[in-house]
Unconditional design. Structure first.
Length: 387
């Protein structure tokens, strides 16, 4: 399938992904300073972990709803939460209010990405899902790449409030695009409160255990990056705290489509063994950085590794998940993703404890978890087909 042969609905989804991920990532570099200004510097680890906890808790609901009322309503709900929460940040003036808003903001990523990935699985044939997931994640990553630096620029040259309003605008663009996307669930149901009743089977899809565990162990490092890089950038004398995120995400973009194609041809585990090892290496380079160029080099390595790892895992879940319950399979993977990010954010913030001497230990912990993931996938797939 050539790029120009993908359906228009897929490209609309990609464009909406760009605005959606740009919306809530725009504010990330400024949030630690905002929390410190409120007197809550010791709670920096909660900025990301609270966000991901809500996303994780909402996954079983979004997965069930995506399979019943449809993919499009689930995607719209998530983007609408981005708009609503971004408009509320400027009126928050207390630590508890700030943390509570971060908690509710997490519903956005608990819903929209579940709809994204289930929709792609509906419209793309199995032999091209790796490439399609790479394309979709590329647009999301581009939104993540430019938005932190843009948010930092607006905050510096305009105001913090203007940054939040810009975030709300990007979320609104995402909602408007979703209104033009056709539903793919053929026998969708009208919403009923019973759809919110979650059973044990909605919490986890056992068919996707292996990719979920790999996602949990490797996404820990991403939570650490989101939490530590703003302060680490300050420590190394970088004035724009969003620059490292931009380098990381653009590096990620460069490999996503190619990685998807390679995994379609040679199998998901073969690609993952390389990406997991590179994640561990990138964390070590960042941890030992004593100058900005070392931090940038680590960001490039980590970005390319994570850009290979993520779409490959999503394509693997598409391969393994039950055709009738794709929403549940992707919800399971996203729960692992948010669990890993939340743990990474909280634990790295705890290890760091506002002491610059502890940066190295926090990043070494990320590298060790990647090593565990690498050992696991080697033993789990030994002697089996790489596909």
């Amino acid at each position: 399938m050539k790029l120009n042969s993908y359906p228009n609905q897929f490209w609309l989804l990609c464009l909406s992904s760009f605005f959606f991920f740009g919306s809530f990532n725009m504010m990330i570099p400024e949030l630690p300073a905002i929390l410190s200004s409120l007197g809550g510097g010791q709670y920096k680890g909660l900025i990301i972990s609270l966000f991901t906890i809500t996303a994780m808790l909402s996954r079983p609901f979004s997965g069930r709803l995506a399979d019943t009322i449809g993919r499009v309503p689930v995607m719209i709900i998530g983007s609408a939460v981005c708009v609503f929460c971004s408009l509320l940040y400027p009126v928050i003036s207390t630590i508890s209010g700030f943390l509570l808003l971060r908690f509710f903001h997490g519903f956005s990523t608990g819903f929209t990405p579940t709809g994204f990935t289930a929709y792609v699985a509906d419209i793309i044939p199995p032999n091209k899902r790796g490439e399609a997931m790479g394309l979709l994640s590329t647009f999301g990553t581009l939104g993540m790449a430019g938005s932190p630096a843009l948010g930092d620029f607006i905050a510096v040259h305009g105001s913090i409030d203007m940054m939040f309003y810009g975030s709300a605008l990007l979320g609104l663009f995402s909602v408007l695009i979703f209104l033009r996307v056709r539903e793919t669930v053929k026998e969708k149901q009208r919403f009923h409160p019973s759809h919110l009743k979650i059973g044990r089977e909605d919490l986890y899809d056992p068919n996707v255990f292996v990719p979920c565990l790999i996602m949990l162990l490797t996404s820990y490092s991403f939570g650490a990056m989101l939490t530590l890089i703003p302060d680490f950038s300050d420590f190394l004398g970088l004035s724009n705290k969003g620059l490292v995120f931009m380098i990381f995400t653009f590096s990620s973009v460069l490999v996503r489509i190619l990685a998807g194609r390679i995994s379609d041809r040679f199998g998901r585990p073969a690609v993952l063994k390389f990406s997991i090892a590179a994640i561990g290496l990138g964390m070590l380079v960042i941890g030992f950085a004593t100058a900005p160029w070392m931090l940038w080099a680590g960001g490039v390595i980590y970005g390319m590794a994570y850009g290979t790892n993520s779409p490959t895992l999503f394509a693997w879940v598409t391969d393994l998940g039950n055709e009738q319950n794709k929403g549940r399979a992707f919800a399971s993977l996203y729960i692992a993703l948010e669990c890993g990010i939340g743990l990474g954010a909280f634990c790295s913030g705890f290890i760091y404890a506002d002491n610059t001497d502890n940066f190295l230990f926090a990043f070494i912990a990320c590298s060790l978890l990647s090593l565990f993931a690498l050992i696991f996938i080697f033993f789990r797939t030994k002697g089996r087909s790489l596909r």
